[in-house]
Design a protein around this ligand. Structure first.
Ligand code: SF4
Length: 69
């Protein structure tokens, strides 16, 4: 069950592929709660975009790369 304020959080939510991915499984919702709706300024993707870069699709907010099958 999600208890978040949809009006707050990361401004990249509509374009971030990781944000969309986090909605695909309950286990992944942790990332949304931890970063997208709260500590987004600590997200590696956010910081990369802030620096004018395009982060790799598999870059997680923690800075690690998601292993794709
Ligand atoms: S993963 Fe990072 S950049 Fe993407 S929406 Fe969440 S906080 Fe923003």
């Amino acid at each position: 069950m999600r208890n978040v304020d949809e009006t707050k959080g990361c401004t990249h939510r509509n374009s971030c592929p990781m944000f969309a991915l986090f909605d695909t499984a309950d286990q992944l919702d942790y990332w949304r709660q931890r970063y997208c709706y709260s500590e987004y300024d600590r997200c590696a993707r956010f910081k990369s975009m802030l620096a004018g870069e395009t982060p790799p699709v598999q870059l997680l907010p923690s800075g690690r790369l998601l292993r794709l099958p």
